[in-house]
Design a protein around this ligand. Structure first.
Ligand SMILES: [Zn+2]
Length: 66
C-alpha cells in the first residue's frame, strides 16, 4: 500500500505557485510561452529559470494542491 501510494504520487503532475505573485506552473500543461514544454517536471526546469510575472527564482515557488 505504502509503496503503491508513493509510486502514484511520483507519477502525478505537480502544480507550483510563485509565493511572490501567485503565478502557477502546472507540470502537465508546461509553459510553452516560457520555453517549457507540456509535461516538463519542475525538477527539470532550469535553475536559472525565473517567474515570467515577477522574476522570482525557483526557490520562491511552493507546491500547491489543486
Ligand atoms: Zn512570480
Amino acid at each position: 500500500m505504502g509503496i503503491i501510494f508513493l509510486w502514484m504520487n511520483e507519477l502525478k503532475f505537480k502544480t507550483m505557485m510563485c509565493l511572490i505573485c501567485g503565478w502557477m506552473y502546472d507540470e502537465e500543461q508546461g509553459a510553452p510561452d516560457e520555453g517549457l514544454a507540456p509535461g516538463t517536471r519542475w525538477e527539470d526546469v532550469p535553475m536559472n529559470w525565473t517567474c515570467p510575472e515577477c522574476g522570482a527564482r525557483k526557490d520562491d515557488f511552493e507546491m500547491v494542491e489543486i
